[in-house]
Write a protein that binds this ligand. Structure first.
Ligand code: NAD
Ligand code: TDX
Length: 334
């Protein structure tokens, strides 16, 4: 039996991870430390709120007192908490430096003091952008070249985590994953923004020419990969996690959605591009496949449809979040 400290467990991936973990490891204990920012939502976890193996603590990862006590009581820290949205990082970068860099530092200091296993959840965006129409993919050896305040702050956190291993021998692992989709994703993000706009009779908003490529992965596959790293990963190592979409661009994702929702291309609206917009992400996940026997299990088209069904069935979940995120987009003209 293990005691996990999950940070950011009330967000999209963190809450999916907690659901996943209790299904796969029902005897483990989880403490979820989350500040409940605009992105944190306890409704994501209402089915397990009463589970005696689950504890929720509302608190900031930048607060050393709260963090120290919780880290001391845990066996493993699984660190999801972050400011996660690129567009918000363009409108206001400071919170990204604070939570993503300083918050990770505060957690690392506590992990060092109590010598705890630390797993850091990061992103493929730290590597920057790949050219369109190339075969090139990110690997564990790709140099860091972040372009947005979000990815730069995540890159800073990755470097700190690795430095704590090299310098202090802290038992760490890092995963850098591609774009996730699935239930409980905030309607500010591309796929849920499109689905909820279309449910409301509005148009999908495509930035620039729409020929931007992301490597989509269903969120449960990301949780399975983190599980594999926690169980079998080598201390000090980084593992890249990616999907199986093979260069589907944003416009093509919108078209798949429109077809499933029986709507036409008149529902597509091109809007102002994102400054510093990364052209293409693609992840070579052969290392985690070969060493830890992980591969994605959920196909894109099928699980995109299930995700549409989830948003249709859970309007009361996303409706209160939608107005605020569209207000944010008004500010950026998108
Ligand atoms: P999210 O924005 O949905 O959730 C973030 C959670 O962290 C929220 O519950 C929020 O309340 C909490 N949080 C924010 N600041 C905090 C603070 N100072 N103290 C405590 N809690 C705080 O994010 P997500 O999409 O679930 O991403 C989770 C992690 O996975 C992030 O580290 C992100 O960089 C990484 N990641 C995300 C994706 C993706 O596609 N969403 C892909 C790869 C990696
Ligand atoms: O309305 C939109 N229209 C649009 O064309 C939105 C919200 C986005 N886009 C584009 C921008 C990107 O090319 O869609 C793509 C995906 O956008 P986001 O959902 O904002 O994701 P991205 O910027 O790729 O970052 C995501 O993946 C990696 C997560 O938000 C990060 O937390 C994660 O690290």
């Amino acid at each position: 039996m293990s005691k996990l400290l999950v940070t950011g467990g009330a967000g999209f991936i963190g809450s999916n991870f907690i659901h996943y973990w209790f299904k796969e490891h029902p005897d483990d204990q989880i403490t979820n430390l989350d500040a409940l920012t605009y992105a944190g939502n306890l409704d994501n976890l209402k089915e397990i709120a009463a589970n005696s193996n689950y504890t929720f603590v509302k608190g900031d990862i930048c607060n050393p007192e709260i963090v120290d006590e919780l880290v001391e009581a845990a066996d493993i820290i699984v660190h999801f908490a972050a400011e996660s949205h690129v567009d918000r990082s363009i409108l206001g970068p400071e919170a990204f430096v604070e939570t993503n860099v300083k918050g990770t530092f505060v957690l690392l200091e506590a992990a060092r003091k109590h010598n705890k296993r630390f797993h850091h959840v990061s992103t493929d965006e730290v590597f920057g952008a790949l050219p369109l129409d190339s075969e090139e993919k990110f690997t564990e050896k790709t140099l860091y070249e972040p372009h947005s305040p979000y990815s730069a702050s995540k890159a800073g956190s990755d470097h700190l985590v690795r430095a704590y291993h090299t310098t202090f021998d802290l038992p760490i692992t890092i995963t850098n994953c591609s774009n996730n989709f699935g239930p409980y994703q905030h309607p500010e993000k591309f796929i849920p923004r499109m689905i909820t706009n279309l449910i409301d009779g509005d148009k999908v908003k495509i930035y620039g020419d729409g020929k931007y490529v992301r490597d989509w992965l269903y969120v449960t596959d990301h949780c399975r990969a983190i599980d594999a790293v926690l169980q079998k990963g080598k201390i000090g190592e980084t593992y890249l996690i990616g999907g199986m979409t093979d260069d589907v661009n944003n416009l093509a994702v919108a078209q798949i959605l429109l077809e499933y929702m029986n709507l036409g291309e008149d529902k597509i609206e091109y809007v102002k591009d994102r400054p510093g917009h990364d052209r293409r992400y693609a992840v070579d996940w052969r290392k985690i496949n070969k060493n830890l026997d992980w591969e994605p299990q959920h196909t894109f088209a099928q699980w995109l449809q299930k995700t549409v069904d989830w948003y249709r069935a859970n309007e009361s979940w996303w409706r209160p979040l939608k107005a605020e995120s569209e207000k944010m987009y008004k500010q950026s003209g998108q």
